[in-house]
Design a protein around this ligand. Structure first.
Ligand SMILES: Cc1ncc(COP(=O)(O)O)c(C=O)c1O
Length: 430
């Protein structure tokens, strides 16, 4: 069985992490080195996670209660929880289904005199074009926060120049993971200083927590090899347990219990040492290999399948989602053929405020309801890639499930690229 994902972390990195827990350095100087490396102009803050950085940002901003944040309509629930905890209201902005970027009409519709900020996520490893959103934000005097948790692609891009804040994650399943860690770039110096002051008051996460994490992910890394993963899934089946829930639950970063106590911590020295190592030794070949695997799969399914967000450029394909009207059936079929696909559990659709039904993010809901994340990583061989593409293409065509994506009328004629895809691939949207 090909596992759904492999950790982007070598055994050498884990050994180095183990060594750093024994001989570790001062975390403040390590954080300063990482921040300087990330951004020589001194506007970066190294945090425990993106959620920690975002919480710090909202604490630093101290916006009046009831202020609104326009949020691209697909994100993780933790980001919404943080917005709510600061007394703010998340307002969904529906997405373009090809790039998963906020649509201009939806941004305009969500705007009110209470809007103060826009939070935009780059999804699945693609990088959306921020310029039109930055123009919108500037026109309406809004803070633009770029959530690039899923989009780290190496040192060449550490934040869009037009974003006020850029957030990057190095959580366990992310590109170049350090088993945790987040970096924020903050343009406004007063806000940055305020965030640093608050951050200094947070406790440093214990070494023990990091050691436990390293042991857990070493075990998960071993378990993602084909023979062990097959054995694990067989054991789950025999025990009547839902492996999807177990696997997705095992990589959750912060439990719901004590969520804020857990995110409001500073990263420990061993975590920062590992993060520094990952940033210095970033392996762009491996990322290029992953992207080319994804492109191979998409090429093998051209004309039959829709890939949410795939029209972004550049794209590292951190995840490779496709879409089916009957996602469970596709997942079961793939499982029977040796591929562990999933609908995932971490992404959510941002709900509309009760009194604004016109903001219902219909495209985002439609996309997420049928999304299926396919296994796709550098370690997969050509044969597996070709077989995977064939199975999915055949299933979508023969079941007719590829033909049931119905575009809501609000999407009609959205982008030129949509139009090109519609004409190249009429079955998908008919
Ligand atoms: C879109 C998005 N935003 C924020 C986060 C949070 O990142 P972290 O785990 O570093 O808190 C994630 C994590 O997966 C994410 O996918």
């Amino acid at each position: 069985m090909w596992s759904r994902k492999r950790l982007d972390l070598g055994w050498g990195d884990l050994l180095a992490a183990a060594a750093r827990t024994i001989v570790s350095r001062d975390c403040d100087s390590l954080a300063a080195e990482i921040e300087g490396q990330w951004s020589p102009v001194g506007d970066a803050v190294a945090c425990l996670s993106v959620r920690s950085a975002f919480d710090l940002l909202l604490a630093g901003l101290a916006l009046p209660r009831g202020s609104e944040v326009l949020v691209s309509a697909v994100t993780i629930s933790g980001m919404l929880r943080i917005i709510e905890a600061h007394g703010l209201v998340a307002v969904p902005v529906d997405l373009d289904e090809l790039t998963m970027s906020p649509r201009a009409d939806a941004l305009a519709r969500g705007l009110t005199p209470r809007t103060r900020a826009v939070l935009v996520a780059h999804l699945f490893g693609g990088r959306i074009d921020l310029r039109p959103i930055a123009d919108f934000a500037r026109r309406h005097d809004l803070l633009l926060v770029e959530d690039a948790a899923q989009a780290y692609a190496g040192p060449a891009y550490t934040g869009h120049p037009a974003a006020d804040v850029s957030l990057y994650s190095f959580g366990p399943i992310k590109t170049a993971t350090a088993l945790g860690g987040g970096i924020a770039r903050v343009c406004d110096r007063r806000l940055l200083t305020r965030m640093r002051e608050i951050h200094t008051g947070w406790l440093v996460q214990s070494h023990c927590t990091f050691v436990a994490r390293a042991i857990k992910y070493a075990a998960l890394k071993a378990a993602s090899s084909r023979p062990l993963y097959t054995a694990l899934l067989t054991a789950c089946r025999l025990a009547g347990r839902d492996h999807d829930r177990i696997v997705n639950g095992s990589v959750r970063g912060f439990s719901n219990r004590d969520f804020f106590a857990r995110i409001r911590q500073r990263p420990s020295a061993p975590l920062l040492s590992l993060l520094k190592r990952r940033l210095i030794r970033f392996d762009d070949q491996r990322i290029a290999q992953r992207a080319s695997r994804a492109e191979q799969i998409m090429a093998g399914m051209r004309g039959t399948a829709y890939f949410p967000g795939s029209a972004c450029e550049p794209h590292t394909h951190w995840l490779l989602p496709t879409w089916s009207a009957d996602p469970r059936r596709l997942i079961q079929l793939l499982s029977s053929k040796g591929f562990d696909a999933t609908q995932g559990q971490s992404l959510v659709v941002v709900p509309m405020p009760d009194d604004r039904p016109e903001l219902d993010p219909v495209v985002a809901r439609k996309v997420l309801s049928g999304i299926v994340f396919l296994p796709c990583y550098a370690d997969m061989n050509n044969r597996a890639i070709e077989r995977l593409a064939q199975i999915v293409a055949h299933e979508l065509l023969s079941s007719g499930n590829a033909t049931k994506v119905v575009l809501p009328s609000s999407c009609e004629g959205s982008t030129q690229r949509t139009h090109r895809l519609l004409t190249a691939n009429p079955a998908v949207y008919s």
